[in-house]
Write a protein that binds this ligand. Structure first.
Ligand code: G6P
Length: 367
């Protein structure tokens, strides 16, 4: 049967709203919801002995892999390399004996990701993939497929595929951490239960999305937007910028907040809004000082943080949006939501073709 938009105006909007359900479905297959322990299929590799994991993907899926690098390194103490597939496939990167490579793709058909996979195969790596279409060519050529249960994604700009990719990656990082003896049982229980709290927190964000429409209305009038984040929220800043440019055609750049003073700060004035993903966590104070630097230069800061974070930031921001309080581990999943919604409402305000933005294709199967 043809997939409809239901009560939604666009597929993208519908897919944004499906996220609590599809992340829930994905969790059902990777977490025992009684014990809240991560349970993965049998692995074709031994994480304890793995010298390195190489992650490669394109577009939004690449940013999911970039978030996962932070997770695997911090929680599982596993060295990770992550690269855009179109670069990786030609880099002739040496790959370690006994290594593994992970490919992330909604469609499972992206040509550069497939070529990167075949290169990794030629280098005798164990091949894992996270795909939304297990029958795809990337799925078929993998030693193990970890499916995302996002269901069909029609909007060209990826939303629910991204957050379900992050969900699977978070589970995989926890499984790797356990296998490598990098975390104790109590820490593991705490992190896996944090993952299970994501769908309800997303529902909360969706139920309080109105302020984002007013912010998006402002953004729809500007030429350039900066997105900032630190640590595992840096890739979310990159994703926020990508989402905005894809569907609203506004120039946007994502930056690691610590890099602000090495260039982008020169752009800041009242015409360049700065969107900052600032959940409470170990890097919060560093980020708060980047926010002050932005405000001191007349920048219009649009800050997303939880109650404790917003209290510590104080005045001066153009907008502050309160997010649910959540464990920093899963903050990248939750903070994807305001990025998607900002891009969506901005595109609607500009009247662009949200589901079929100009010049873009849902999957890129020719080089
Ligand atoms: C295209 C789509 C993006 C997507 C990328 C990778 O550029 O427009 O939304 O992130 O391809 O696609 P994949 O199917 O490999 O995830």
């Amino acid at each position: 049967a043809a997939i409809g938009k239901g009560n939604f105006r666009h597929f993208m909007q519908k897919e944004i709203h499906e996220q609590p359900a599809v992340i829930g479905d994905t969790l059902h297959s990777y977490v025992n919801l009684q014990t809240r322990a991560v349970t993965l299929p049998e692995m074709p590799l031994d994480f304890a002995a793995l010298p390195r994991l190489t992650i490669s993907a394109c577009g939004t899926a690449f940013y999911a892999g970039f978030v996962a690098k932070y997770w695997f390194e911090q929680i599982a103490r596993l060295p990770v390399e992550v690269d855009i597939a179109s670069e990786f496939r030609y880099r002739e990167a040496p790959m370690p004996e006994g290594g593994a490579a992970l490919f992330i793709s909604q469609s499972g058909e992206t040509i550069d990701t497939l070529a990167a996979l075949r290169y990794a195969r030629s280098q005798k790596q164990t091949i894992l993939s996270i795909v939304n279409q297990p029958e795809s060519v990337i799925g078929r050529e993998s030693d193990l497929v970890l499916p995302t249960l996002a269901g069909p994604e029609i909007g060209v700009a990826s939303t629910k595929a991204f957050t379900t990719q992050l969900t699977v990656l978070a589970c995989l990082a926890l499984a790797a951490a356990r296998a490598r003896g990098a975390i104790d049982a109590a820490a593991e229980a705490c992190l896996s239960s944090a993952i299970t709290e994501v769908p309800a927190a997303i529902t909360q964000v969706l139920e309080h999305a109105e302020p984002l429409e007013a912010i998006a209305h402002d953004i729809s009038a500007v030429r350039d937007v900066l997105f900032l984040g630190r640590g595992s929220l840096f890739p979310i800043a990159l994703e926020g910028a990508l989402k905005l440019k894809e569907i609203s055609y506004i120039h946007a750049e994502g930056y690691a907040a610590g890099e602000l003073k090495h260039g982008p700060i020169a752009l800041i004035d009242e015409d360049v809004p700065v969107v900052i993903a600032a959940p409470s966590g170990p890097l919060f104070d560093k980020l708060a000082s980047n926010i002050q630097e932005t405000i001191a230069r007349g920048g219009r800061a649009i800050i997303f943080s939880d109650r404790a974070g917003l209290e510590r930031i104080g005045d001066g921001a153009a907008y502050t949006v309160e997010m649910p309080t959540i464990d920093p581990f899963v903050a990248p999943i939750l903070y994807s939501l305001p990025m998607q919604l900002l891009a969506y409402y901005t595109a609607v305000a500009k009247g662009t073709d949200v589901d079929q933005p100009r010049n873009l294709a849902k999957s890129v199967t020719v080089e």
